[in-house]
Ligand binder design. Structure first.
Ligand code: HEM
Ligand code: HEM
Length: 142
């Protein structure tokens, strides 16, 4: 069960990374070509949100069951335990928040160009953050 969840969590990262790149590229194209915020922009952003929230649920279950998440006096001194107990969850929660707020807040904007810009900036920040945190894990970036 736990290895299955870890595999799911590991695989979902690619779905998130692919959707993030798609959302970022389509928002750049929308900005450059001054295109309306269309049906596909909305669909890509919804799929990104669903994969991200699924990842959050699986991550939370892993967090309370994993061997590398420990709350004892040695946790902060050990780089691996500190990474999984503190750094991974903290950084990824920030990234999940960026992706979620990008979608919720862009819905309230009236101009299509402003929507593309909001999606580009917040999801771009989330992508950089996610890649940096995965890199910090020491398990390789991809
Ligand atoms: C710990 C678990 C979760 C939390 C804290 C969470 C949180 C949120 C928040 C804050 C929103 C924005 C609501 C709004 O529009 O104001 C949202 C929307 C949404 N979430 Fe989650 N979520 C979680 C799990 C999931 C899961 C497991 C799924 C599905 C696989 C999911 C799918 C969605 C969808 C489809 C939306 C609406 C998107 C839209 O139409 O804009 N969430 N969630
Ligand atoms: C965008 C969000 C996230 C991404 C891209 C992500 C990515 C990853 C990756 C690549 C791994 C390593 C998997 C492997 O070694 O095969 C991992 C492991 C893990 N993640 Fe996440 N993660 C995310 C969010 C979260 C969140 C929100 C939590 C906690 C609530 C979490 C908790 C964990 C735990 C506990 C482990 C593994 C521990 C172990 O090896 O036992 N993750 N994650």
């Amino acid at each position: 069960m736990m290895t299955g969840l870890l595999h799911t969590h590991s695989l979902l990262r690619y779905f998130i990374l692919i959707m993030l790149v798609l959302v970022i590229v389509t928002s750049i194209l929308g900005l450059v070509n001054k295109k309306p915020y269309g049906v596909w922009d909305n669909k890509f952003s919804l799929y990104l949100l669903i994969f991200t929230h699924l990842q959050l649920i699986v991550g939370l279950i892993l967090y309370f069951t994993s061997d590398v998440v420990q709350f004892n006096s040695g946790t902060m001194k050990n780089a691996e335990l500190r990474y999984w107990t503190v750094e991974h969850i903290f950084g990824m929660l920030l990234a999940v928040t960026l992706i979620t707020v990008a979608r919720i807040s862009s819905k309230k904007l009236t101009s299509d160009q402003a929507k593309h810009k909001r999606m580009f900036l917040m999801n771009g920040a989330a992508l950089v953050l996610i890649l940096s945190i995965i890199y910090m894990s020491g398990r390789g970036i991809l």
